[in-house]
Write a protein that binds this ligand. Structure first.
Ligand SMILES: Cc1ncc(COP(=O)(O)O)c(C=O)c1O
Length: 393
């Protein structure tokens, strides 16, 4: 079956955070939303069918999680990532972000340090700071067209108070799919210092041709024993509103501590909709995902070409995965004092500015390209128009 990613679906008045709440954050009602990380595409038909069966039944009582759900996760991880996951390793959470808060509480004390690699998905900052922990910032370094880790910097900063790292694997917003050697070097350094590794792998299924996702537990000997993997079907199949994620921990001791902290925090399990949708997606969604990936790669190519032809000076960190692009508008001739606001105020496109992710340089923006190409083109045209208007050569 051929899936349609080209049709524009009007998401206004559906209580969509991305579309219906954008003016609240960007001050303009006429702004084109390319911010929040969800997709403007319908989920696979098998997911919609699974949800419809529940709706048609019409009784929404308390629900459990059937063995078939865990089997679907294990099957997917084995098939897509070559990773054998036992049912006993999986704890459900209503989201990766709530789980990160719990993990920080479980594996560090107030005043301890948690490593983050900026620029990074900004809710990580709050997960660290909410309970009085400190961020140990190990900024990524731009090396040509792509970002790399700076382990020398990390080694020089680690102290006896450094207890945990939250890794973004693949990395949002700079769209890197980390290579096995990079992960192995990182793990060897962290584990030498008894640091617990939390690998957020929510973007692991959105990986472009020529790259492949490496689950952190598979990156080196003994890594599985000291790693927590946070994952979900939510980015892959556009289900984030159903609030279902899986926290995978093979070390029984670490899993127990995490589960106790979840209980202490009163964190609930996901509801029946999220469980059913996740299972259906993992069981029947692979063909849809293949077509999605091909469409997204087309979008990446479209952005590259558009920038080259229409916005001289704009550049793009090499996209290896995720549907989030990291763009640099700092060399387009837009005056410095306008670089962090012109896309919002002049172009009227809602991207997410670099500073939100802890980026110190001006003119960096994250663009969500999980939308029909026609909408992508609209957004790029608006940005090109704003650059032409402000350019000072
Ligand atoms: C790296 C990363 N982790 C977690 C999330 C959100 O996870 P959840 O909705 O399961 O809390 C996102 C959403 O964009 C993300 O990019």
């Amino acid at each position: 079956m051929k899936y349609d990613f080209d049709s524009m679906i009007d998401r206004h008045n559906t209580n969509s955070f991305k579309w219906d709440y954008v003016a609240r954050y960007y001050d303009h009602a006429d702004i084109l939303p390319m911010w929040v990380a969800d997709m403007d595409f319908k989920s696979p038909p098998a997911v919609i069918e699974a949800l419809r069966r529940i709706v048609d039944f019409g009784i929404f009582g308390y629900s459990g999680t059937p063995p078939s759900f865990y089997e679907a996760i294990s099957g997917w991880m084995k098939k897509r990532h070559g990773w054998e996951v036992n049912k006993e390793w999986i704890t459900l959470s209503p989201g990766v972000v709530p789980a990160l808060h719990v993990l920080v509480n479980a594996f560090s004390e107030p005043g301890d340090q948690v490593i983050l690699q900026t620029p990074v998905y900004y809710p990580f900052f709050d997960a660290v700071k909410a309970g009085g922990r400190e961020i140990l910032d190990n900024p990524l370094r731009l090396d040509g067209e792509q970002y790399v880790m700076n382990l020398a910097d990390l080694e020089s900063k680690i102290t006896s108070r450094t207890k945990m790292m939250i890794l973004c694997n693949p990395h949002n917003p700079i769209s890197r799919v980390w290579r096995r050697e990079e992960l192995r070097a990182l793990g060897e350094l962290c584990f030498r210092h008894n640091i617990v590794m939390v690998s957020d792998e929510i973007h692991s299924d959105i990986v472009y041709t020529g790259f492949s996702h490496v689950p952190f537990p598979l990156a080196g000997d003994g890594f599985a024993e000291r790693t927590v993997v946070c994952t979900a079907a939510s980015k892959t199949f556009n289900l984030p509103g159903l609030q279902t994620s899986s926290i995978i921990i093979s070390n029984a001791e670490i899993k127990k501590r995490f589960a106790e902290e979840m209980r202490r925090g009163g964190v609930p399990s996901p509801g029946m909709f999220g469980v059913a949708a996740t299972e259906a997606a993992y069981r029947y969604g692979e063909d849809w995902l293949m077509q999605l990936l091909s469409y997204l790669e087309g979008n990446v190519g479209f952005v590259r070409k558009y920038l080259k032809e229409n916005i001289p000076g704009a550049s793009l960190a090499q996209p290896q995965g995720t549907y989030l692009l990291w763009l640099d508008f700092s060399n387009c001739g837009v005056p410095g004092d306008r670089q962090d606001t012109f896309i919002r105020d002049i172009a009227r496109v809602a991207l997410e500015p670099g500073w939100l992710f802890g980026c110190k340089e001006k003119g960096r923006e994250r663009m969500n390209i999980a939308c029909p190409r026609a909408l992508l083109e609209q957004g790029l045209e608006k940005i090109a128009g704003a650059v032409r208007q402000l350019r000072q050569d």
